[in-house]
Design a protein around this ligand. Structure first.
Ligand code: ATP
Ligand code: MG
Length: 263
């Protein structure tokens, strides 16, 4: 199915399985997963370590081909690496010798974008993510959170309609992570980009998303899809205090079998 509510899905994963073969063994990472993501939707993906979450994002980006089934991005079947997406990884992966602004502009250089347009867009994103004043700082002069903001700006520079994020805030301390969640939520609302976020944080998955996809142990199957019934505008503390937030996080924790209450 590649349509949702009569519009073309931003991302459609149709009955996809992925098997990795080595000389010693065959691993099924993903088993018959289907998922439709509507344009402008924010979908979080959670599941046990090693269940196939990164594999799922690689399929959408075209870095990996499914063993069976198909993936459609913006109405077109994914057959190879796609350049019309943005990707943010767990580590910011910045070039140490380039300033924050020039790291963001790397995206434009790789794509041959006009430098005037790229410069304007970079300045807009720098402001949107609170990096003003740090444009000329080198990565080692930035905090971990700031480095991730640079990575986010770089991923958004070419205005991708789909943004894939794989544990983007996993290396940050809890408070910085909350702050990044608030900023990402605001950036998402301002840009209207479709986002697929892989995270190990249950709170983050719910705070940010319209829907949370809970995957099983490998091979990943969709265990349950949680609709997040929270208002569009989400003040952090007020959102945490809402009963809908508590209900969604409790349900996901149950599904994942987590017992500690921490995430
Ligand atoms: N290129 C590969 N070759 C062989 N096996 C692979 C390859 N990539 C992933 N796998 C296997 O597929 C399974 C899923 O891996 P994946 O990286 O998608 O998990 P994940 O859910 O992202 O885990 P984590 O939460 O720890 O990041 C794992 O068992 C992994 O060993
Ligand atoms: Mg992973």
């Amino acid at each position: 199915m590649s349509t949702t509510l009569g519009t073309t899905s931003a991302v459609a994963i149709n009955d996809v399985s992925v098997r990795f073969r080595s000389k010693r063994a065959e691993t099924t990472a993903i088993e018959q997963v289907s998922l439709d993501v509507a344009p402008g939707e924010f979908v979080s993906i959670v599941g046990p370590s090693g269940c196939g979450k990164s594999t799922l994002l690689k399929l959408v980006s075209g870095l990996l081909r499914p063993s069976s089934g198909s993936v459609t991005l913006l109405g077109e079947q994914v057959r190879g690496p796609r350049h019309d997406i943005g990707f943010v990884f767990q580590r910011a992966a910045l070039l140490e010798w380039r300033s924050a602004r020039r790291n963001i502009l790397l995206q434009a250089e790789m794509r041959g974008m006009s430098s005037a347009e790229a410069g304007r867009r970079a300045d807009e994103l720098i402001e949107m993510t609170g990096l003003t004043g740090f444009e000329n700082a080198l990565p080692h002069e930035l905090s971990g959170g700031m480095q991730q903001r640079v990575a986010l700006c770089r991923a958004l520079l070419h205005q991708p309609r789909v943004l894939l994020m794989d544990e983007p805030f996993g290396a940050l301390d809890a408070l910085t992570r909350e702050q990044m969640n608030v900023e990402l939520h605001r950036v998402w609302r301002e840009t209207g980009t479709t986002v697929l976020l892989v995270t190990h944080s249950i709170a983050e998955s719910v705070y940010l998303a319209n829907r949370v996809i809970v995957l099983t142990q490998r091979p990943a199957l969709v265990k349950e899809v949680i609709d997040v019934e929270l208002p569009g505008e989400r003040d952090y503390s007020a959102t945490m205090a809402r009963p809908e937030f508590a209900a969604a996080t409790a349900r996901i924790r149950d599904l994942l079998g987590a017992v500690t209450g921490h995430d």
